[in-house]
Design a protein around this ligand. Structure first.
Ligand code: DP6
Length: 420
């Protein structure tokens, strides 16, 4: 190891979250987290949704510790332990000449870690924080410990933290191949195309207010596999065909096919939730209203303009075919779901605010003046649902994990290895 004087060596990384367009729902192995079908996701721009993690090692640390959003949490859970064990077993020699630190491969077994992780979006919003979180943990530890394996191999480790995390090791569109091996070594993520391939897409997330305590993905999918006769049909007959079609749609930037597959797969995922005993309801009335607003508009245009998808919660993820469509979509959403009276528009629409500019909306008066969308028939009374959406996030497809090299970006103090 290094000479006697005390030292702290650390690495900081940033990892995006992702949203599945062909859903993972159901495991064939609970502890290794092996799925019953392939899935495909789009990585979201980390400037709007990401996790930052700093990992540090020092001979002075007495045990492994972790802080999430500033609060210390336990690392004793099986998922953390599996990731830590798998990464440690692949560690190599590390040398930092400037700091005079040398760590031999065998030393990693006895050295302890400090980990600090921070999400740039509210964890309570029900957005996939575990995906970005475990991907970032594994990626940053791999860099600290000089693990030689590529991101696909790292994805098989992140998968053991949370299934969807394996897809956050890449930007753009990503496929998680379910694999066949019992040990899970072939259950890995691969990049289909990078984030530049289809950069006209704009993604709007409606964070829907929810009073109901949701069933976690982990227990929800376990109950579905145990009780739903439909899920096996989905995994065996439906998803394999959809995965092939989705890969083709993404590669050829075929938006109508992409939207049809994305919406159908989200709807089927929620159908197998309903087929679970007792049934699981993730979407609520607001989610359903958003679906019908998009369906009506898509139908009136003759070809899909927007795709929708919902994970294990009521939030809508809407993918618009281009910026122009995104502005028209935002107008429609703000017409139906205006903010509470007196709210600040700036905190109602977050992320890439240029979509708001494109929609010609500068203040609440502009929201109030929005006309009803033309596809709503005159004889149907138009209703508004003030306050049913907490806020909107405007984003786009984004890049994969990166290292942050500026010391100011680290979440741990470089002298003490404790949170700043
Ligand atoms: C609906 O990855 O959160 O978001 O593997 O048990 O941690 P665990 O579950 P998780 O499930 C995600 C389910 C989903 C669909 C998807 O992301 O593919």
């Amino acid at each position: 190891m290094a000479e006697n004087k005390s030292w702290v060596l650390m690495v900081t990384a940033q990892t995006p979250t992702n949203i599945a367009v062909i859903k993972y729902w159901g495991k064939r192995d609970e502890s290794l987290i092996l799925p019953i079908n392939d899935s495909i996701s789009v990585t979201l721009d980390p400037s709007h949704l990401c996790t930052t993690t700093t990992v540090a090692v020092s001979p002075d640390f007495t045990h492994d510790r972790m802080w999430l959003n500033g609060k210390e949490i336990s690392l004793s859970g099986g998922r953390y332990q599996n990731c830590l064990r798998e990464i440690r077993s692949r560690a190599s020699d590390v040398e930092d000449e400037k700091k005079g630190i040398k760590i031999a491969k065998r030393d990693w077994e006895n050295l302890h870690l400090h980990i600090a992780s921070y999400n740039n979006f509210p964890t309570a919003a029900g957005l996939a924080s575990s995906a970005a979180g475990f991907a970032c943990l594994v990626y940053s530890l791999a860099k600290l410990m000089n693990v030689k394996e590529d991101n696909s191999h790292l994805s098989a480790i992140a998968r053991q933290g949370s299934g969807s995390a394996c897809r956050s090791l890449y930007g753009g569109f990503v496929k998680w191949i379910m694999g066949k091996d019992d040990n899970g070594n072939d259950s890995i993520a691969v990049q289909l195309v990078d984030e530049k391939h289809w950069d006209e897409l704009v993604i709007l997330i409606a964070v829907v207010s929810s009073r109901q305590k949701e069933t976690s993905s982990t227990s929800g999918m376990r109950e579905t596999v145990e009780t739903s006769p439909l899920v096996l049909h989905r995994a065996k007959e439906v998803v394999p065909k959809r995965v092939v079609e989705m890969e083709e749609a993404v590669k050829s930037r075929n938006f109508p096919a992409f939207a049809r597959l994305t919406c159908s797969d989200s709807n089927q995922f929620h159908a197998v939730c309903l087929d679970t005993s007792p049934p699981i309801f993730y979407m609520n009335d607001t989610s359903h209203r958003i679906i019908s607003c998009v369906e009506k508009w898509n139908r009136s245009e003759g070809t899909p303009q927007v795709a929708y998808t919902f994970d294990a919660g009521p939030n809508a993820v809407l993918i618009a075919r281009n910026r122009k469509v995104a502005a028209l979509l935002l107008q429609r959403l703000l017409f139906h779901f205006p903010p509470q009276s007196g709210a600040d528009l700036n905190s109602y629409i977050v992320g890439d605010k240029s979509v708001l500019m494109d929609a010609g909306i500068q203040d609440l008066k502009d929201v109030e003046a929005l006309p009803p969308p033309p596809e709503i028939k005159d004889n149907v009374p138009t209703r508004k649902f003030k306050g049913d959406v907490s806020y909107f996030i405007c984003t786009r497809p984004g890049r994969g994990p990166v290292l942050l090299t500026e010391e100011s970006q680290a979440l741990l103090n470089p002298e003490t290895g404790l949170p700043k």
